[in-house]
Write a protein that binds this ligand. Structure first.
Ligand code: NI
Length: 227
């Protein structure tokens, strides 16, 4: 499932991130890719412990915990700490690749299964040309380029790329989520169920039927959540 999460970060958070990122210690991104991905990867990343990277990472983790849409779509067990990258100049693109199935979180040492990939845009679309995230699935290739502060989630299993940036810089934050529910099909069903249920409760308030449906949702989640 490819899903946009509008306004994951606030305007103030994006503004502060951009201030810090304007003077950040960028280095080649290929050092942290798997071997197939590394040959396709021509971008720059930030060291985790610089002030800008820490601010963005912390802001994104807090935002994930506050986003009902992202939480119900991903049902996170844990995530790999968010990192920051940029594309532009001599570092314009990331060709077609698949992400490693397992990443070691450098903060905790945990090995995290990458069920879901997430990109949080930190530049607005009019600041750069190209730089589309292109995600391929069985229905074809989908291009994504969103306003700063918006996020997109897409399956960790997908082949994807960032098309060459031909003007300006594209700044983004990226991370992976290991879900409580490993099956994308089951996650999708739970997501559709929960969204419909939220609308029902908003429209009609709670009654015996919505309570019964909530019970069914949680029993499905209980049945499918596992290692
Ligand atoms: Ni990737």
């Amino acid at each position: 499932m490819l899903l946009q999460i509008p306004d994951l970060l606030t305007t103030a958070q994006v503004r502060r991130a951009r201030e810090l990122l304007s003077d950040a210690p960028w280095h080649a991104g290929s050092t942290t890719a798997g071997s197939q991905a590394a040959s396709a990867k021509h971008n720059q990343q930030l060291p985790r412990h610089c002030e800008a990277a820490r601010f963005v990472s912390r802001s994104v983790v807090e935002a994930v915990e506050r986003s009902p849409l992202l939480l119900t779509a991903t049902l996170p067990r844990r995530l790999v700490a968010p990192q920051v990258n940029r594309y532009g100049g001599d570092w314009p693109s990331y060709g077609e690749h698949v992400d490693n199935a397992v990443r070691t979180d450098p903060e905790t040492g945990d090995r995290v299964r990458t069920d879901i990939s997430c990109t949080v845009f930190l530049s607005d679309p009019d600041e750069y040309d190209g730089g589309e995230l292109l995600v391929r699935d069985s229905f074809g290739a989908h291009g994504v380029k969103l306003p700063a502060g918006h996020a997109v989630i897409y399956p960790g299993t997908s082949v994807h790329q960032v098309t060459p940036v031909t003007r300006g810089w594209r700044l983004a934050c990226f991370f992976w989520i290991e879900s409580l529910v490993r099956s994308a099909e089951q996650r999708r069903l739970l997501f559709d169920f929960d969204v419909a249920l939220m609308h029902l409760r908003e429209a009609h308030g709670d009654d015996d039927h919505t309570v019964a449906l909530s019970g069914a949702y949680h029993n499905l989640l209980r049945m499918w959540a596992g290692h």
